[in-house]
Design a protein around this ligand. Sequence first.
Ligand code: NAD
Length: 337
Amino acid sequence: MSEKILITGGAGYLGSVLVQKLMESKKSARLAYHDPKYKEKVETPSFYVWDKVTVYDNLMYKQTPLTNYCYRGDFQFVQGDVRDEEKLLPLVKEADVIIPLAAIVGFPACEADKELATAVNTNQIEFILKNKKPSCKVIYPNTNSGYGVGEAGVHCTEETPLNPISHYGKTKCAAEDAVIKDDQIAFRLATVFGVSPRMRLDLLVNDFTYKAYKDGYLVLFEWHFNRNYIHVQDVALAFIFAIQNYEFMKGNAYNIGLSDANLTKLELTYKIKEHFPALSVQCDSIKEDPDKRDYIVSNEKIESLGWRPYYTLDDGIRELKKCFTILGPSLNQYTNL
Ligand SMILES: NC(=O)c1ccc[n+]([C@@H]2O[C@H](COP(=O)([O-])OP(=O)(O)OC[C@H]3O[C@@H](n4cnc5c(N)ncnc54)[C@H](O)[C@@H]3O)[C@@H](O)[C@H]2O)c1
C-alpha cells in the first residue's frame, strides 16, 4: 500500500500526534521487514507504508509542532485556511486518504463565532466529500458529546440517537451525517487526554491534572456528570487502524474510548489524587458547568474488529505530570478557550 495522505488541521493537538505516529509507522514497517522479531515489540497496528503526508493548516494558534519533520521529503506542509477552496482543491483531488481534523474545536470557541464554526466544521467537510476522488478514504473525527444527556446506567452505542446540545456538537454531527451518507468512516471520540507537541489544557483530564500540579486544589461543578476518555496516542493509532481496515469499516460510525473509564468528574479526580496525594478537592453545588454532557459509552463495535487502546488514564496522568514539570507552570497559551 502506498498512499498520499492529506490531514487538514494536522498541526493541532490530535494531528501532530497522528503525524508522529505515521512517521513512526513507516519506520517500524521497514524495521519489521529486516527483522520480523521487531514486529512483536511495538504497537501492532503501527505498520503502514505510505507515500506522502501533507498537512494543511492555518496555524491559528501560531503553533509549531511539526518542525521535526521538515527534513523529510515525504512530508509536506501547506499553510492555508480550509475555507480557501481554490488552495485546498488540488490537494483534495490527489489524496488517497483524507483525515479532516481542521475545526473550531470545543464549546466556547464555537459559541463565540457560530458562523465560522459552521463554515469550518460542517461546510468544509461537505466540500472535501464532494471533490475527493471516488476511491479516496475519509476518516472523520466527531465528538461523542453528540450523545448529549444519556439515560442513567445505559451505555450509548452507535445506535443511540445523537442529540447534540451545543453549537460545536451540532456542526460536528451534521458533518458526520454527510460522511456516513458518503460511505466513509466517522469516529465518535471520547474526551482526549495526554501530551501532544501542540498541547491543549482545556480538555478535562489535562485541565484537572494541570490544576492538581499547579494549584494543588480543584473545585468541581456537577461532579456527578459522567464523561469518558481516550489517550491521544490511541486516537492516532485508531486512525491508522481505520485506514488499514477501511473495507470492513466504511459506512459506519465508531465510538472510541476507554471501556474501563466511564467515570464521573469526581471519580476522575480520585484517580488524579492517586498521583497528587496532597490534592484538595471541593464540590461546589452553587455554580453550574455550561457543558451539560452526561453519558456512558460502549466501545464494543470497534473492539469487536480488533482495535484496543494501549494507554490507560494512569499512563496519561503520569505522562502529563512529567510534561508539566518540563514546561513549567506558565502554560496558559495551551488552550482553545
Ligand atoms: N481533542 C478532543 O478531545 C476531540 C474529541 C472529539 C473530536 N475532536 C476533533 O478532532 C479534530 C482535532 O481536534 P484537536 O483536539 O486536535 O483540536 P486543535 O484545535 O488542536 O486542532 C485543530 C487544528 O485545526 C486548525 N484549524 C482551525 N481552523 C482552521 C481553518 N479554518 N483552516 C485550516 N486549519 C484550521 C488549527 O490551527 C489546529 O491546528 C477536530 O475536528 C475536533 O472536533 C477532538
